[in-house]
Design a protein around this ligand. Structure first.
Ligand SMILES: Cc1ncc(COP(=O)(O)O)c(C=O)c1O
Length: 389
């Protein structure tokens, strides 16, 4: 087994896929699977998308990497597109979601130290939030199972997600930044109550604290808007992207207003690979597709279709169906593992989130017929579990 050469930090399924096309994944044994997970919300355009594939091919044939010692054309183009379509004015590129959060953490520290003479040492973040596995990203991630093996970590105040009063109680003038996902992904596809994000914004304004939105999972069209924050109309000071941005090519980004971006002066932060030609060419190709007229409307429509189907399928069998766009969670009474395994038996790849949530995040290009197929396969999986019970 090849596995013995790999560290054992992943609980891997034995399946090995050889290729994909659209929403379909093909296993080495020839079985075809409908991908309703997108490599954990990464393959926004599905597999082997012609435009993305061509952009990567073309870029690979020209130039992969020169380092940030030099100007990088595709990096400048991608930064411009991101800024023209968001609140942001500057972008720092890296290679993953954790690194994007790491950069945001450093900006928050620089902001406290340089702009506020170190008077804002505190950070506030939400229970159930997930921001990545580097020490900085773990610091703002609440889950004790992830944190405790690496203690001691810098102190952060964690508040229950969605509880505006708890947030108000936790905030004060010493808070440099409040870290939130506008909709929690890993924590169980948790949608905040109406008005919560607006209250978070108001509290940050009141205490002169930065509002950081981690949109690693929910950005880049996943929620049916280009960025998750658009759904509630609450604008952050810093936004972190990764996952879907490269459609499968590793890339992360921290976006900010100019006054914050400019804190990253030469010598403060860097990444050898960050924003190289290949990754940014992929990012440009992904954004071009997401910005095509009607693309995001399609995501909303397919999302509504999926949600309605899930409501039907799980009526009386789950606690809640929740989500937005093409990120949906079904809160079950039990751990989702057996259902995920049963779905795989039916040729459907889906995932788990939190303790008891089935997570569905199909490629954003999924068609109406493929959503029906997804629901049919999930129904068969549910049926097989009931029959076996
Ligand atoms: C909201 C959020 N932030 C950060 C991360 C970490 O991203 P990465 O694994 O690319 O470091 C994830 C990964 O699931 C995520 O969902």
């Amino acid at each position: 087994m090849v596995h013995s050469y790999l560290t054992p930090n992943y609980r891997r399924n034995d399946l090995c896929f050889s290729h994909g096309e659209g929403v379909w994944l093909h296993a080495e044994d020839g079985t075809r699977y409908l991908d309703a997970l997108s490599g954990i919300a990464v393959n926004a355009l599905g597999h082997a998308h012609p435009a993305l594939t061509q952009a990567i091919r073309e870029q690979a044939g020209q130039l992969l990497h020169t380092s940030n010692i030099f100007r990088i054309g595709p990096q400048e183009s991608l930064a411009q597109t991101l800024c023209e379509h968001s609140f942001a004015e500057q972008v720092y590129f890296c290679n993953s979601g954790a690194e994007g959060n790491e950069a945001a953490y450093k900006v928050a520290r620089l902001w406290s130290n340089q702009v506020h003479a170190g008077r804002k040492p505190r950070l506030v973040a939400a229970e159930g939030g997930f921001h990545g596995r580097t020490i900085g990203a773990l610091t703002v991630t609440a889950n004790p199972a992830y944190r405790e093996p690496f203690a001691p970590l810098p102190e952060v105040t964690f508040v229950p997600y969605g509880d505006a009063q708890a947030l108000a109680d936790a905030m004060d003038d010493q808070v440099a930044a409040l870290w939130l996902e506008p909709l929690q992904g890993e924590g169980g596809v948790r949608v905040p109550p109406k008005g919560y994000l607006a209250r978070a914004r108001a509290l940050c304004d009141q205490h002169q604290s930065l509002l950081v939105f981690d949109e690693v999972q929910v950005g880049c069209g996943r929620l049916g808007t280009l960025f998750g924050y658009e759904g509630d109309g609450v604008v952050p000071d810093i936004m972190v992207l990764a996952k879907g941005l490269g459609g499968g090519v590793p890339i992360g980004a921290m976006l900010a207003r100019r006054s914050l971006g400019e804190l990253l002066q030469p010598g403060t932060h860097a990444s050898t690979f960050g924003g190289n030609h290949l990754a940014c060419a992929a990012g440009c190709a992904v954004l071009k597709e997401l910005l095509r007229p009607g693309f995001l409307t399609q995501v909303q429509e397919r999302g509504a279709q999926l949600a309605a189907g899930l409501e039907r399928l799980f009526a009386g069998r789950c606690r809640q169906v929740r989500g937005r766009g093409l990120l949906w969670g079904v809160a079950l009474d039990e751990a989702p593992g057996p259902l995920v395994a049963a779905a795989l038996q039916q040729g459907l790849v889906c995932g788990a989130a939190g303790d008891n949530v089935l997570r569905l995040a199909p490629p954003l290009i999924i068609s109406e017929r493929e959503v029906e197929e997804l629901l049919q396969r999930l129904g068969a999986a549910l049926g097989s579990l009931t029959a076996g019970a």
